[in-house]
Design a protein around this ligand. Structure first.
Ligand code: PLP
Length: 391
């Protein structure tokens, strides 16, 4: 593996690289794509080898027999996260945005409130609203550049119309690994207000060396299992998001039956490419690759943070997990239009706009640092130029 290798992704139907000009006006020729959450690295070789096996065989029929896939999930969760997963609890969806949407569809009714701790991954609100449910924003508290929860405030906000809470753990975009106490707080909150608790842990393999250990929500409190839905995937960890394969893991048999009924009604079934690639990824080779990846990303994180924090008025939240750096531009005193214009038009970098993550995100931009280090250095240089007048 060579994370320094620059691989040109332009002209490959890459959302991140081929859509930055149409969406952000950042030129494809010399722009830097630091928005969509995928990485500019090849996955571990075992993933491509598995796909090559399919290509060599050359017949691309319907997928059947998911035992190896479920075994691989079981092995990964046990060895990497200390979590025993019942194979019967695993449902395969078309990725986790789809998994979230199916949970909203299966476990809530039109008009219900769905609680989000904002700012948070933008697709949650999108699918909740599209399904005719109401987003209930419970704002995180930014305490000295670190997000925390304030359950007393959230309790006061509840009206009784809420039926679900979706947690992003680790947190995108703040990069927090929630502590066991914080997770217990979320579990208690879900019980107090009788909410289905969806824990999206798609980023749980992407924890930095030296950061606190991620705790799987299912290990926090047995008494929450009858309302718990876990979301996991290989896609973010191994950079295979194009396979659109995710796991919705439901410990409780009654919730499982409801989910199975909705999946049957929607006619969902597995994509063979995703199943084969994910099975290959959850392996000892995949584990070694993730460890090397996180060491490399740690270097990117240090370089990016040092460069950003040297610009007066900009500061990045210290990441414990994820390769998504959340940069606070409020100290510049500029409007969001102005600091965004400088990043897009002057530095020619495509980033995610903070306001799309909900209340509390307005003064932020999200930068994806999962790219060869030379590009991170280039981004820092361009940003320092674009904000040179603040020096
Ligand atoms: C928290 C979270 N959930 C889900 C997704 C996307 O999942 P998928 O590609 O499986 O739909 C992302 C992508 O960035 C994410 O950050």
């Amino acid at each position: 593996m060579n994370f320094d290798e620059i691989i040109d992704r332009r002209g490959t139907h890459s959302s991140k690289w081929d859509m930055m000009e149409p969406i952000y006006g950042v030129p494809a020729a010399d722009g830097l794509a630091m928005w969509v959450a995928d990485m500019d690295f090849r996955p571990p070789a075992c993933v491509a080898e598995a796909l090559r096996g399919m290509l060599d065989h050359g017949i691309f029929g319907y997928f059947g027999d998911d035992r190896a896939y479920k075994e691989a999930i079981g092995w990964w969760m046990k060895t990497r996260h200390g979590w025993e997963v019942d194979p019967a609890a695993i449902f395969t969806t078309h990725g986790l945005v789809n998994g979230t949407a199916i949970c909203v569809d299966a476990f809530t009714a039109p008009g219900d409130g769905v609680v989000l701790f904002t700012p948070v991954y933008h697709a949650f609100a999108r699918v909740i609203r599209a399904a005719g449910r109401t987003v209930v924003e419970c704002p995180l508290v930014n305490r000295g550049g670190r997000y925390e929860m304030d359950f007393a405030a959230y309790d006061a906000q509840m009206t009784g119309a809420e039926t679900m809470v979706i947690l992003c753990s680790p947190h995108n975009p703040g990069g927090r690994v929630w502590t066991r106490d914080e997770l217990q707080g979320v579990a208690d909150f879900a019980k107090r207000h009788d909410l289905v608790l969806v824990s999206d842990e798609i980023h749980h393999d992407l924890v930095y060396p030296g950061a606190p250990r991620h705790t799987v929500m299912d290990l926090v409190d047995d008494s929450v299992r009858d309302r718990l839905v876990m979301l996991t995937a290989t896609t973010k960890s191994f950079n295979i998001a194009g396979t659109h394969t995710g796991n919705v893991i439901v410990p409780d048999p009654a919730l499982r039956a409801k989910l199975a009924a909705r999946m049957a009604a929607l006619g969902l079934s597995a994509n063979s490419f995703g199943m084969v690639m994910a099975t290959a990824a959850y392996s000892p080779e995949g584990a070694g690759w993730i460890d090397a990846l996180m060491t490399y990303l740690d270097g990117n994180r240090a370089l990016f943070d040092e460069g950003i924090n040297a610009i007066p008025g900009l500061s990045s939240m210290p990441l414990e997990a994820t390769y998504l750096s959340w940069v606070d531009a409020s100290g510049t005193g500029m409007s969001s239009e102005e600091f965004t214009r400088r990043v897009e038009a002057d530095a020619k970098i495509a980033v995610n706009h903070g306001a799309t993550f909900g209340t509390g995100g307005e003064a932020f931009l999200r930068f994806n640092i999962a790219t060869p280090r030379a590009r991170v250095a280039e981004a820092v240089e361009r940003l320092q130029k674009a904000f040179a007048d603040l020096q």
